[in-house]
Design a protein around this ligand. Structure first.
Ligand SMILES: [Zn+2]
Length: 279
């Protein structure tokens, strides 16, 4: 099973905002999404990254325009999801599954690009999205306009998956493909229904912890940011509990990877991969 991550965009907040005791200098963060070449499920996307649908789409609502204007992400054209798939000899129609870790725009704005995909996501969080008014969803960082119209018909519910128990510092979760290769681990705090992915079959187990924090240092050194980062958190108390779970996993020898941490990992596509045709 091959796992790669690409960088869809950069955002550059002051370090202070995302790391307790950080400086006022800005940090250039990545906005990753992943591609898993799974032996039975085929090509599987882990989120879609930021795509033009969120940032430059003609039909965007006023709030989505405002969101783009505040965060000012720079799209990385070379590593947008469609050109990256092409490097692997894949077209959008080949994607049978998109794992949607949570419903923030920088993770799901490209869902409508994949006409044949089923969406593995938290059905509990989706039920709450449907129950809220558009304004309430905005307060949770959710832009309902970014969901494909047939999202629910294509939803492959997280709650329908077999649960695996935690053991020895390694968190448990939902077995997404029924073979233990990809376990969805609940990561409460940042966003409603957020989960990460545990790849336990690797030589060094990997936990893709998505947006549990922005920077790895906030987990490893216990430097969770305070106000104003806490303003946009779904559940402030749960963020620290989730960071503790991740620190325990690091202590077992596991590797934690985040969506936004700037440090390049062995799973990130390199410029050489892209030039050579990464397949
Ligand atoms: Zn998020």
């Amino acid at each position: 099973m091959k796992i790669v991550f690409a960088n869809s965009a950069w955002v550059s907040p002051a370090e202070r905002l995302i790391l307790r005791g950080g400086s006022w200098q800005s940090v250039r963060l990545r906005v990753r999404y992943g591609l898993i070449l799974h032996p039975t499920a085929g090509p599987v996307l882990v989120d879609t990254g930021y795509t033009p649908e969120a940032l430059t789409g003609e039909g965007r609502s006023r709030m989505l325009r405002l969101y783009g204007a505040v965060l000012r992400p720079e799209l990385n054209a070379a590593e947008q999801v469609v050109p990256v798939l092409k490097r692997f000899g894949l077209a959008p129609g080949d994607i049978g599954t998109v794992i949607v870790t949570h419903f923030h725009a920088d993770h799901m704005s490209g869902l409508s690009l994949f006409p044949n995909a089923r969406f593995i996501a938290s059905d509990a969080a989706w039920a709450r999205v449907k129950a809220r008014t558009p304004r309430q969803n905005l307060r949770h960082g959710v832009f309902a306009e970014l969901f494909p119209a047939d999202f629910e018909a294509r939803l492959d519910s997280l709650s329908s998956k077999w649960r695996i128990e935690p053991s020895g510092g390694v968190p448990g979760g939902a077995d997404l493909f029924g073979d233990g290769s990809v376990i969805a681990v609940d990561l409460p705090g940042h966003a409603d229904g957020q989960f990460g992915l545990l790849f336990g079959g690797l030589e060094r187990p990997l936990l893709y912890a998505v947006d549990a924090q922005w920077l790895l240092a906030a987990i490893a050194d216990d430097r969770s940011p305070g106000f104003p980062a806490t303003l946009i958190a779904e559940d402030i108390a749960a963020i620290d509990a989730t960071s503790t779970t991740l620190r325990r996993f690091l202590a077992t020898g596991g590797q934690v990877m985040l969506c936004h941490d700037p440090q390049v990992t062995q799973y990130d596509l390199t410029a050489a991969d892209l030039a050579a045709g990464a397949g």
